[in-house]
Design a protein around this ligand. Structure first.
Ligand SMILES: [Cu+2]
Length: 123
């Protein structure tokens, strides 16, 4: 009897498989971009999985920085089109601001790496 059920289970596995197989494609964002424009971090809140690199780019004509709330890490002053990259390996919420314009606040929320992302080899 089990021999007859096996193909059914196999077919069910195939039907359930596509979302799993597609996961690496939808979770491909190894680098997430945040623009700095008009004195705003855009988007001001991003959620990424652990291991993701966030790249900020200053699109304003005046300098800005990316500074962690407690100044645990910070960029240099970014001139127009300068970028700052930071890889977030630890889950958590990271509030940051621009040290030149402290009203510019934003955050990065880092979630634990998913199976697909965690299995992905580092570049
Ligand atoms: Cu600024």
């Amino acid at each position: 009897m089990k021999a007859f059920l096996a193909p059914v289970a196999f077919a069910a596995a195939i039907l359930l498989a596509p979302p799993i197989l597609l996961a690496p494609v939808t979770a491909q964002a190894d680098i997430v971009h945040v623009g700095i424009k008009n004195y705003k971090f855009t988007p001001d809140t991003i959620t990424v999985s652990a291991g993701t690199t966030v790249q900020w780019i200053n699109l304003d004509s005046i300098p800005h920085t990316v500074t962690e709330k407690t100044k645990a890490w910070r960029s240099a002053a970014l001139d127009t089109n300068d970028t700052y990259n930071r890889t977030f390996d630890q889950p958590g919420t990271y509030d940051y601001f621009c040290s030149l314009h402290p009203m510019m606040v934003a955050k990065v929320i880092v979630t634990p790496a998913t199976g697909a992302a965690a299995a992905k080899p580092k570049k």
